[in-house]
Design a protein around this ligand. Structure first.
Ligand SMILES: [Zn+2]
Length: 294
């Protein structure tokens, strides 16, 4: 088995300043060690169970990694995997009932979507073809430029908070494999809530620390990487969302075992079981901003 074939793209561990922080979900300061990786480690909050990298790198350093540092390498990685990532995203959205949601929205007019961390914009391009008004946020400049120039998409290169989108601007906000990279996930979720219209939906995808692979591989889990500041479970991500005012509508997980680690038939069995019982490697939560016109 080649480890490189299943490891998620990650920034090499750098000698950056890092500071201890309280729990980003409940403010607690008591932790137990969760995972010790090479050059960084994760702790679990004894109060709420959130798993976070601690100490944590600074916001400016984290943004710098994607903006300038490894932007070109990241674009190459995105382009090389674009088709498989898009297929996975489409399947996940399907499982989360996106088609039904889309149909209901279309009856009312042209639905609007914001894809945060949209990379090269492949999903936005598909949604535009399906009649959506699409916008993206991507701080990795080479990827954003690709989306702008090659796909002619409106993509903003500042982090979500700095774009100051009007309140209630979007019907749907998507964030796939993004929230685990952010220093302040609670502030991020609060801003998503603000820019959604009442009744709008947030579909957020992230690795699942309570999944089978995380339990099996521990510090060698493919999502235990320097770029991932938080490793959520359905429980902790749901709490983050409900704290901001969201109602959880649907949760799906998928991915039992990584390709190449076991025989194909065993992988198929594990994938089906993981999906059915909620211990898949990646999860998607669909949440609604409460309000009228749902
Ligand atoms: Zn906590």
């Amino acid at each position: 088995m080649k480890r490189s074939s299943i490891k998620t793209w990650s920034t090499p561990v750098a000698d950056e300043t890092s500071l201890p922080i309280p729990c980003a979900l409940c403010g607690g300061t008591r932790f137990t060690t969760q995972l010790c990786c090479e050059g960084f480690s994760y702790v679990r909050c004894t109060e709420c169970g959130l798993v976070q990298m601690n100490p944590q790198p600074l916001v400016t350093d984290v943004a710098g990694r994607y903006r300038e540092g490894h932007g070109d390498a990241y674009l190459s990685y995105e382009l090389a995997n674009e088709k498989s990532f898009l297929r996975l995203q489409e399947l996940a959205l399907e499982d989360a009932g996106f088609t039904g949601l889309e149909g209901a929205l279309r009856e009312k007019g042209m639905p609007s979507v914001l894809d945060i961390g949209c990379a090269t914009g492949s999903l936005l391009e598909i949604l535009r073809q399906r009649g959506w008004a699409v916008r993206g946020v991507e701080i990795c400049t080479p990827s954003a430029e690709y989306a702008q120039l090659v796909r002619n998409l409106e993509v903003h290169t500042l982090p979500l908070m700095e774009n100051h989108f009007p309140a209630g601007e979007f019907d749907v906000v998507l964030a796939s494999h993004l929230i685990e990279h952010l220093n302040e996930p609670a502030a991020f979720v609060g801003e998503v809530y603000r820019v959604l219209r009442p009744g709008g939906r947030f579909l957020v995808t992230t690795p699942n620390i309570a999944g089978f692979q995380a339990r099996l591989f521990k510090s060698r889990w493919r999502s235990a990487i320097f770029d991932h500041l938080y490793l959520f479970s359905i429980k902790t991500l749901s709490k983050l969302l409900t704290q901001a005012g969201f109602t959880i509508e649907k949760t799906v997980t998928w991915g039992g075992l990584a390709a190449g680690t076991v025989p194909v038939l065993m992988k198929r069995w594990a994938d089906r079981a993981a999906k059915r019982f909620g211990f898949g490697d990646v999860m998607l939560i669909r949440a609604m901003k409460s309000g009228v016109n749902a």
